[in-house]
Design a protein around this ligand. Structure first.
Ligand SMILES: [Zn+2]
Ligand SMILES: [Zn+2]
Length: 367
């Protein structure tokens, strides 16, 4: 079938909307989804900029939301017309998947970044195969082939376009706090970088009942927005002796938890150095390959600290997304305050606004 897709051609060139072919064949376990909306996440940009060695040209997009148009063989519990959110793919068979940790699937890179799946990407352009199946979807497109494992069915009255970012960015920030750091009520937490993932971390901290929630960023308007979403304090990320300034808000002894979403080595160092004794930190950013984080050994060891790398909020999407949707229904996950909508054709403007900070979470509408 003919579909419209935004293709990433080269690091410096803008996304280009093209008409290309998507295979009509669905392999066992696959579903065809008509995309209503797709969030833009930093991993899309990291791949386009080739901070990750994933071959271009490729159709990206991994926060797709839409309606199932067709169901392949061996798919249970999904039918034509179902509304679905898409998340990351996983094999379902390896040890990590069986242990309920699909974010650490043995095949994670092959399935999500390199887009390896049965029947290839399914995309063709000008007679050649086009890279796709990004996060088992490639949702910067009018249609995508996903798998039953990476779609989550949701009620039809829910707003697909507002919920699209649950599949990656929101799951990542909220999951790092709720699933990994798991703060006790009244605990203190510092969130470094309040873009979409950090804002989800702030919302997660509020949901967990944290008493002190410190947002750190270099953009004043983002800090103001973080206060709206539950932060109790804000600190400019350029503050000299940043770690000390953050620690001072944790009753002078440091904070119980931190979340770094920036991947900037100095911020990461501060996110660890601001912890109190036996505090824990979650690191979720994907900075360019080769990036190293400076950690003072005496702080790490002497403090008995825990520093955890976290992929996709340690979430099992089919379990965690419905939890987030419950919070959304209760008004405790006010996504409307961080999402801005753009028409599909405006994808390059949406990315520009994301980079300048004018928009926190851009979501493309496909029709
Ligand atoms: Zn697996
Ligand atoms: Zn993402």
């Amino acid at each position: 079938m003919k579909i419209t897709a935004a293709v990433a051609l080269a690091p410096e060139s803008p996304f280009e909307l093209i008409s290309c072919d998507l295979s009509d064949e669905l392999a066992p376990g696959q579903v065809l989804v008509r995309i209503e909306a797709c969030g833009i996440c930093h991993t899309d940009l990291a791949v386009k900029l080739q901070h990750m060695p994933v071959p271009l040209p490729k159709v990206l997009g991994h926060e797709g939301a839409g309606v199932i148009e067709r169901v392949g063989p061996d798919v249970a519990g999904l039918a034509e017309g179902d509304h679905v959110l898409m998340s990351f793919g996983s094999c379902g068979a390896c040890g990590q998947c069986q242990l309920g940790a699909p974010g650490y699937c043995d095949e994670f890179g092959m399935i999500n970044l390199f887009g390896q799946r049965r029947g290839g990407s399914g995309l063709r352009y000008r007679g050649a195969e086009l890279g796709g199946s990004f996060f088992a979807q490639s949702a910067f497109a009018s249609h995508a082939i996903a798998t039953a494992r990476n779609v989550v069915k949701i009620d039809k009255e829910l707003p697909l376009e507002l919920l699209a970012p649950l599949g990656c960015g929101i799951q990542t920030g909220a999951g790092a706090v709720l699933n990994v750091l798991a703060p006790r009520a009244g605990a203190s937490i510092a969130v470094f970088g309040v873009g979409a993932v950090g804002m989800a971390g702030v919302m997660g901290a509020r949901l967990a009942g944290c008493g002190t929630i410190i947002a750190v960023d270099v953009r004043t308007e983002r800090l103001t927005r973080a206060l709206d979403l539950g932060a109790t304090h804000t600190i400019d990320g350029r503050t000299p002796e940043l770690a000390r300034a953050v620690a001072a808000l944790g009753k002078g002894r440091g904070v119980d938890h931190s979340l770094d979403t920036t991947g900037v080595p100095e911020a990461v160092a501060a996110s660890i150095a601001c912890l109190r004794q036996r505090g824990s930190s979650a690191q979720v950013a994907a900075p360019p390959r080769g990036t190293r984080f400076p950690v003072e050994a005496s702080i790490l060891v002497g403090g008995g600290l825990t520093v955890r790398g976290v992929v996709e909020g340690d979430a099992v999407p089919s379990l965690f997304l419905p939890r987030l949707i419950d919070f959304f229904r209760q008004g405790q996950l006010p996504l409307d305050r961080i999402v801005s909508f753009y028409p599909f054709e405006a994808i390059n403007r949406a990315i520009e606004d994301m980079e300048t900070g004018a928009t926190i979470k851009p979501v493309l509408r496909m029709n």
